[in-house]
Each structure stands twice: as C-alpha cells, then as structure tokens.
Design a protein around this ligand. Structure first.
Ligand code: UDX
Ligand code: UDX
Length: 471
C-alpha cells in the first residue's frame, strides 16, 4: 500500500515540525496539517517565516521549501480527513485538571474527539497513527470508537511516538536515532506498519526503523521519557549532596559519564527539568502503575517528579537565604523563561515555579527571554495560580510584581540579584563587568544552568552561585 495523502490533526510543537519534515523528504506525498486553532494556522501560513507559531532552528528553511508545494496548513479538518489515506493524531494530551485521575492521568478528551470525528467523516479505509503520547492500551480505545460507527470503513491503528526534543527538532527528525512503529500483528496490521515504514524509508535507513506490537510502542515512549527524566533527577539529587560536601557536580558527571555503561548525555545538573513531556508522562506512568495495582513501581517513578520539585524549590530557597533571608521588595532579574534554550516553549518551565516562590516572598521579578513574550509569561503564572485556587484579586496583585523586557537593555539597573533560568548562549557573551556596575552590592548571581565562567565573574566581584558546586 502506497501512501499519497497524509493528514495530521494538531499543528503544535510535534505535529508542525514532524509533518513539515515528512513533506520535505517525501515530495510525492501531499501533507495537510489541520488544527481547530485559526490563529495558529494563520501563523503557520504567514508569508513572513519569522511569524511561525513555534521557534525551532532550521524549521523555517524546511517550511520555505515545502509549503504550498506538498505541505498545507488548514482549519478545514473534515476535508483533510476525508482526503487522507493516513491520519496522524498529534493533539495535546495534558495532565487532567479535574475529576478522576486529576493531577496524574493524561486527559484524552481531544484524542477521543479526533477519533469520533475521523469515524464520522471517513468514507474509505484509513490508517490512523497515534503521534501524541498516550497511556499504554489507548490504541484499543481509539479502535473501539472508530469501529463503532458501523459505516463499513476499515481502520488500522498504529502507534508512532515522537522522540524529537525541542530546540533540535529538525535535526532529530532528519537524523533520528530511531523511529518506532507499533501495530497489530495481523495481516492487515502488518500492511499498515509497512506503509508507514515506507514513508520514513524516504530518508532513514532500515536499521533506524523499529517495529513492535502496539503496546510495546505505546509503553516505550513513556519509558524513554521516564528514563531520561530519571537521569536528570539523579544528577540533581547528587548536586545537593555536592553542595554539602564540596564535591563538584560537573566533575562527578564527567567521571561517571566516561563509564560506557552510563554514558555522558543527560547528566547536566540544572534548576530542574521542564517541558511538555517529562512531568506529564511520568505522572501518567505513575497513574497507570497504580491502576494496574503496582504501588511500589508507582512510588519509584513518582520520586523522579518529587526530586524535580525539590530542585526548583531548593534554587528559590538558595536565592532567598543568600539575600539575607528575604527578597521582599527586591529586584531579581530572570535571564530566560523557556524550559530550555532554542525554543519559545515554556510549558512546565522551572522558571515559572522559581518565580512563584520568590513572588510569594515579595520579590519583584524582572524577566528577559530572547524568544518568550510578555503575554506568555504572564499567562504561565496566571495559569499556575488559578490551578492553585488563588483568587482573581490576589493574582492581579501578584502580577504587579512581574516585569517583562523584550530587549536586554535596562534590565539590570538597581537589581539585587540575577538568576539564570535558561541556558541561552547569548547570556555567556554579556558584558558582565558593565552589568556588575549597574547592580546593588553585594551583586548576587545564581546560575541555574552552570553556563557562566565562575573565575571571571568572581574576579569582577559577583557573589556567584552554581548548582552542585561550592566556591
Ligand atoms: C505533543 C503531543 O501530541 C503530546 O502528546 C506530547 O506529549 C507533547 O507534544 P504538542 O504538539 O507539543 O503536543 O502540543 P501543542 O503544541 O499544544 O499542539 C497541539 C495542537 O492540537 C494545538 O495547536 C491544538 O489547537 C490542536 N488541537 C487540539 C486540535 O486541532 N484539535 C483538538 O481537538 C485539540
Ligand atoms: C523530551 C525528550 O528528550 C524527547 O525525546 C521527547 O520526545 C519529548 O521530551 P524535550 O522536553 O523537548 O524532549 O527536551 P529535552 O532536551 O529532553 O529537555 C527536557 C528538560 O530537561 C529541559 O528543561 C532541559 O533543560 C532539562 N535537562 C536536559 C537537564 O536539566 N539536564 C540534562 O542533562 C538534559
């Protein structure tokens, strides 16, 4: 079976870049990315490639090449479903904020809506691909919904989780370590798997394409994210011990990372991991383990999240303690708001939680991030406070403690402390001598990413603090 027409529902951080690369690499396949959000689709169609809704290095070049040829962005979901022989579901699956499983389980309402819409529109057989991260055995739910309309159409469900990391998405898609395709081990399931293998074979070699049963594929995505996040929580746990013992976390990470069984990647101590996936997927994993009556397994993975919360809190506390136990009325500069460099995504960013602690203690937070807008920053904080049941009045008050800059000019004047929350490269090249002159003394600098040069900063006169190191 040869795929000629692909539709993807969900033009977000996953759907947008993934489909752009498929279109770019497969000129014979027409790819239509649809979304219910009109503003987002308009941004994907903007003539000016600087206005794309997500910032991702290399993305605009890919879009410039494919858009309008065989890559289209549209809000006409029904038409795209009808025309497609393969449909990717890449809608968001956030943690539930209500009802059964609140705060833990993945909210699958958008996925279910997609399945119902596909079932009601389709007039010919289609392959449905789960791209969103889903709890293991969701494919069964999707299949049941699809098969329940009784319109005689055959649907084959595949799982094809996305492993790209934001900030390096295009490179990750071009040179994937592997793509994973799970499907039913039946004759029609195998035909569907092969159809998707053929799509990826346009640019990846056979050894980069793994095929498994549906459940292994669904669970592998959760497992990969859990293992990655666990490494960060492990190194962050050690960073606290380093600060107590005068060991140096970067030296420890290097020493253990040279053991080929451990490996050197994902051992960078930080203020805590963020992003749309790690926390959500681990909470979902914990929920699943409890559901399957495996409390010890659930507790084990939950600790990864608890340690991450502790790391964010520990950083905020370090700032407060060093500023003579109060930050009330003090100006604290935040460099970075995104959850990592080279993205404008702020979901679950450590910055949000650190800011929350400091604002509660009375600080005025002055924020500069090269790619994140004022409205995004304020909506991130408002969302957290609303979730925590804080009143509208109190939220308005708290927001008067937040100041956002779209340029780095004037940010540092009369500040008491600076905190680095994201590892943007440009921060390393600032004129730290001049910045020091503008600040109140002692001038505190808390590097939540260990990216700046400690000798140089201490030489200038900064009280410079890092993660997992003492002076
Ligand atoms: C993805 C995955 O799909 C998620 O499961 C994974 O764990 C994280 O990454 P992402 O692309 O980052 O989600 O989400 P987002 O940027 O929010 O994009 C989802 C898009 O789907 C949004 O633009 C939203 O408008 C759209 N959507 C949502 C629909 O088009 N229809 C719906 O019914 C719901
Ligand atoms: C992650 C997975 O890497 C990816 O495979 C999956 O598809 C989606 O989730 P992403 O969240 O985009 O990708 O970025 P990632 O590079 O994994 O970083 C996640 C967070 O961990 C960031 O906040 C980052 O700063 C932090 N991190 C990462 C560390 O603190 N230390 C590290 O060593 C690595």
């Amino acid at each position: 079976m040869k795929i000629k027409n692909i539709c993807c529902i969900g033009a977000g951080y996953v759907g947008g870049p993934t489909m752009s690369v498929i279109a770019f690499k497969c000129p014979n396949i027409k790819v239509t990315v649809v979304d219910i959000n009109e503003t987002r689709i308009a941004a994907w169609n903007d003539e000016n490639l600087n206005n794309l809704p997500i910032y991702e290095p290399g993305l605009s070049d890919v879009i410039a090449e494919a858009r309008g040829k065989n890559l289209f962005f549209s809000t006409d979901v029904d038409a795209a479903i009808d025309a497609a022989d393969m449909i990717f579901i890449a809608v968001n699956t956030p943690t539930k904020t209500y009802g059964e499983g609140k705060g833990m389980a993945a909210d699958l309402k958008f996925v279910e809506l997609c399945a119902r819409q596909i079932a009601s529109i389709s007039k010919n057989d289609k392959i449905i691909v789960e791209k969103s991260t889903l709890p293991v055995r969701t494919a069964k739910t999707i299949q049941t919904i699809l098969d329940s309309t009784g319109n005689g159409v055959n649907f084959e469900v595949l799982s094809n989780p996305e492993f790209l990391a934001e900030g390096t998405a295009i490179d990750d898609l071009f040179n994937a370590d592997r793509v994973l395709i799970g499907g039913n081990q039946t004759p029609s399931g195998k035909v569907a798997i092969q159809a998707l293998v053929d799509v990826y074979s346009n640019w990846l070699s056979p050894k980069q394409i793994l095929t498994t049963n549906l459940w292994s594929s669904e669970l592998s995505k959760l497992t990969a994210n859990a293992f990655l996040a666990q490494r960060i929580s492990s190194i962050n746990a050690m960073s606290a011990l380093c600060e107590a013992t005068e060991a140096d976390i970067d030296e420890v990470a290097h020493a253990i990372g040279t053991d080929s069984r451990i490996g050197s990647k994902f051992l960078k101590a930080s203020v805590g991991f963020g992003g749309s996936c790690f926390q959500k997927d681990i909470l979902n994993l914990v929920y699943l383990c409890r559901f399957f009556n495996l409390p010890e397994v659930a507790d084990y993975w939950e600790q990864v999240i608890k340690l991450n919360d502790y790391q964010k809190y520990r950083f905020a506390k370090k700032i407060i303690n060093n500023l003579f136990n109060t930050v009330n009325g003090k100006k604290i500069v935040f460099l970075g708001w995104a959850f990592k460099k080279d993205t404008n995504d702020t979901r679950e960013s450590a910055a949000i939680y650190v800011a929350d602690h400091l604002i509660e203690d009375g600080a005025n937070i002055h924020i500069y991030d090269p790619k994140v807008t004022e409205s995004k920053i304020k909506s991130d904080l408002t969302y957290l406070w609303e979730l925590n049941g804080i009143s509208e009045n109190r939220i308005s008050q708290k927001l008067t403690q937040v100041f956002v800059y779209d340029k780095v000019i004037d940010v540092f004047k009369d500040s008491h402390a600076i905190a680095v929350l994201t590892e943007w490269d440009e921060f390393k090249n600032y004129n730290w001598k001049n910045i020091f002159k503008e600040m109140y003394k002692p001038a505190f600098l808390f590097d939540g990413r260990n990216i700046l040069c400690s000798e140089e900063l201490r030489e200038i006169g900064f009280e410079y603090y890092q993660i997992g190191k003492v002076k």
